[in-house]
Design a protein around this ligand. Sequence first.
Ligand SMILES: Nc1ncnc2c1ncn2[C@@H]1O[C@H](COP(=O)(O)OP(=O)(O)OP(=O)(O)O)[C@@H](O)[C@H]1O
Ligand SMILES: [Mg+2]
Length: 271
Amino acid sequence: MTPVPRVLTIAGSDPSGGAGVQADMKTFTALGVYGMSAVTSITVQNTEGVQEAFNLPPELVYRQIKVVVEDIGLDAAKTGMLGSSDIASAVARAVKDLGIKNLVVDPILKSSSGKDLLDTQGVEVLKRELLPLARLVTPNVPEAEALCGMRIKRLRDVELCAQEILNTGVEAVLIKGGHMEGSKVVDVLYMGGDEFHYFVRDRVKTRNTHGTGCTLSAAIAAFLAKGKGLEEAVERARDYLQGALERSLSIGKGRGPLNHMWNIEGCAEDF
Ligand SMILES: Nc1ncnc2c1ncn2[C@@H]1O[C@H](COP(=O)(O)OP(=O)(O)OP(=O)(O)O)[C@@H](O)[C@H]1O
Ligand SMILES: [Mg+2]
């Protein structure tokens, strides 16, 4: 019997269930891996936005990671909202001390509703301490701009920015295109050298996009845990996300969540 792939999310809690740890756990379950979670911050949010965030003590975050790695072990991990530079530093220390491999870093800086979720010092720690330990970083366009220090207006800028971010020591960069215009959404993967990989999908016309970034990075981590290469993991994660967006859930008064279980028999209805 093959052992079940094990994946850990290190992220904030979203009580509305659409993003953060909750979205990551749903994604892990839908993709058939064993999910675990270390919480960095308790947010107060719903589909209308993030109202507050209470960051947990960095040492508590470190110990949550340590106990599960030492007991169960990991095949991949992802980070989402880190909340403070001290938590970012504690997470980097845990990744190093515990030898965590296949780390996907979703560098969440702001909520979609505009609330700051990591300060400038936190961005520096992320670049200096966490990215050199990561297999992949998955910024959206504003996050990529903050990481590479240049403005992104067109696809060529995305490529230049990805090259710059690779200098942090991260193995690969996926710049997501959700914030760009057009009927197609283009995510760009860069692993070094002259080659860029484009993941092009139709833009789904829906306002229910809460948690797309969390879901994508969790799905990539799940496929890495299953032993897929980076390009295939992104391709498959992108397909899973597209299905979840196409069947998104119109619940709540704001931007509703995705249908994470769309790929499971009996759960695929369009709601
Ligand atoms: N309307 C859409 N249709 C199809 N794919 C989309 C759409 N919006 C975003 N995506 C995809 O969702 C993923 C997340 O992209 P985006 O650039 O929105 O990241 P993000 O801002 O981090 O997301 P979030 O708002 O959840 O934090 C990418 O793979 C992107 O291509
Ligand atoms: Mg995001």
